[in-house]
Ligand binder design. Structure first.
Ligand code: HEC
Length: 87
């Protein structure tokens, strides 16, 4: 019985990690897609790629871009900022 429980726990742990990695990969792709769609209209993407910023700096930069007229919702902003801080 104990072995069965350990087995069930092991499966649960593996499932949990693969699921959370899938979710992270999903939001990374979403961020990448949003950046290439929304951040290349006023200036080239090279301006984005050349910048080396922390999460907080990207957060305020993206807020500034939104104030210039970048059409990004709060949900999308989260994915964009996390993606930018990770590259
Ligand atoms: C509505 C037009 C517009 C859109 C859309 C836009 N930007 Fe900008 N961006 C600007 C302007 C204007 C500047 C130059 C003035 C400045 O730096 O505030 C700029 C400058 C920048 C800079 C260089 C300045 C700095 O702070 O390092 C970065 C990086 C940047 N944008 C990133 C982005 C990202 C990321 C996105 C997508 C979320 C984006 N931009 C979308 C207008 C835009």
């Amino acid at each position: 019985m104990n072995r069965f429980l350990i087995f069930v726990c092991a499966v649960a742990v593996v499932l949990f990690f693969s699921l959370s990695m899938d979710l992270r990969a999903g939001s990374h792709e979403k961020g990448e897609e949003l950046v290439s769609q929304k951040c290349s209209t006023c200036h080239g993407l090279s301006r984005v790629q050349d910048a080396d910023k922390s999460l907080e700096e990207w957060d305020s930069t993206v807020d500034r871009m939104i104030s210039y007229g970048a059409g990004i919702s709060q949900d999308e902003k989260q994915a964009v900022v996390e993606y930018l801080a990770g590259i």
